[in-house]
Design a protein around this ligand. Sequence first.
Ligand SMILES: C[S@@+](CC[C@H](N)C(=O)[O-])C[C@H]1O[C@@H](n2cnc3c(N)ncnc32)[C@H](O)[C@@H]1O
Length: 250
Amino acid sequence: MTELERLVDFHKHGERQGPGSAAQTLKALNLLGVADTRGLNVADIGCGTGAQTMVLAENADCRITAVDLFPEFLERLRDRAMLKARGEGITTLEASMDSLPFDDETFDLIWSEGAVYIMGFEEGIRDWKRYLKPGGYLVVSEISWITPSRPKELEDYWMNAYPQMDSISRKISLLEKHGYSPVAHFILPEYCWTENYYNPILSRIPGYLAEQENSAEVRAFAESEREEIDLYNRYKEYYSYVFYLARKTS
Ligand SMILES: C[S@@+](CC[C@H](N)C(=O)[O-])C[C@H]1O[C@@H](n2cnc3c(N)ncnc32)[C@H](O)[C@@H]1O
């Protein structure tokens, strides 16, 4: 298995593939003020196994195109959707976020939780804008600095892992630069990382190691997951995912 295949194989068993919660997805949806809008056309980009897709489907009058690169995640999403009352409004699409097959001005709302970093925040918000109808909304969660300064060890780690890691004010400036009006932003609370994402990972690791016969490759994978969690536990006051809500204005 390649490193990427290993990631997918492990994370396909998770409820979600990044920090977040149903309550925070709902908070973002409510802040948009679209509760009374009928028939919203929504794209959920980098949907994973669909944690946020389900919340959107259940709480907005919408049809959703849920996009991910990996069919294993989309298959789990379809299983989940089948069990939900509004699940029939969800269509899955296997595609890469940097070459989407959509026509211009297709969507009222583009949603992307914990995924735009894959093509880079600036490239994502810039390239996806054309798929939004005039006045359409963009909602993305993006890892960001939440304090004005931070320890060098942490800064070095993130500059290496994700050079676009930046402050909230700079992310908002980028939205404005690329023709969006900021609507709101808020920081994901700690439980979204710990209870909802890292703790389930830690509890799945022993079973996964046993299932994969404790191979050196899987041990290395488990170690890198634990390292990321350790970094978060040591430095969580300096960074988090931040939800950015914006409206296409030009
Ligand atoms: C951190 S996960 C977030 C998943 C989900 N939104 C959540 O919060 O649980 C990032 C997602 O992006 C997907 N992904 C990775 N590369 C992609 C690409 N080039 N195009 C579309 N999706 C991609 C991954 O498969 C994964 O589901």
